[in-house]
Design a protein around this ligand. Sequence first.
Ligand code: NVA
Length: 356
Amino acid sequence: MDITSPVRAYTEWDPLEEVIVGIVDDASFPQWHSALEPVLPHGQLETFRRHGGQPFPPEILRAADRELTEFVRILEGEGVTVRRPEAIPQRRPYSTGAWASTGMYAAMPRDSLLVVGDDIIECPMAWRSRYYENLAYRPLLKEYFHRGARWSAGPKPELSDELYDLSWTEADRGEPARLIVTEFEPTFDAADFLRCGRDIIAQKSNVTNEFGIEWLRRHLGGEYRVRVLEFNDAHPMHIDATLSLLAPGKLLVNPERVVNVPKMFRKWDILPAPAPALPDSHPLYMTSKWINMNIIMLDEKRVIVEARDDPMISALKGWGFDPIPCGFRNFNSLGGSFHCATVDVRRAGTLESYLD
Ligand code: NVA
């Protein structure tokens, strides 16, 4: 381990020193593809079929951009170094020979880049619209590598039709979730993993298959244990609206999805997330309202929370945290909140065990 590496993070709560914050430049609806169907909120399928490949509404992007500016101002005011990706064109068509697509955005670095220790890993993402997403981060990745970080990438996926269960239908009530990705090749998004020291918590999802989890397990080697959890979630994609690790011994859970708390957390305080405060009229193109859980810890106390999410702010205060409010509802419309909008580049701290 190179302790001078500019990339280094072992948990979700150690003091945050440097972070990449996404951008909304050119953010566009992904081109329609079957892989979207299991994860889009009810009522959005038609919007995506109709608007795939077109920009998100400009008024939402302008407002989200203002919110990002304020978010960056808050982070810098709290002493965190903020880096931004490069804006790349998102609606320029590309093709691999087997299929063609356009891109989506560089708004959610949490999805595509996974930092574990001093390694920054480009994820083999399952959506065709995200195939080249990491190019927006390449200037930063090159710089981090030159300064001493490890830089890795999952095997470049083919994303051919064999990766998708094209006969996918909703699971019956009470049945386990049906996932649209097959085991054809390894795929995963970083946002299906959480760092908890030597334990890496993972979930299988509509973008992360067993093959991808096993690839990551072998890539990380013996220092880490990748532990796969299952939740009561019929449409899993990204873990941050299901579980949030707030501090050692403090776990925020989605009370609808975490029915039985996994035994590994038996010594932890389990904090049920308050019901989301977003009104039904607020457009959420790609996420459930449980995006209220998608908060970011600056250390074991300070946490950035959506400014109008009074229930979450009160709950966090009651549990002994110091919430810092930041308006982010327009950004939420694009499918994420503070955790999604960021990738932790460096947090202080050392590699420890926190779980049974
Ligand atoms: N797919 C999740 C969001 C994860 C950040 C949800 O819609 O609840």
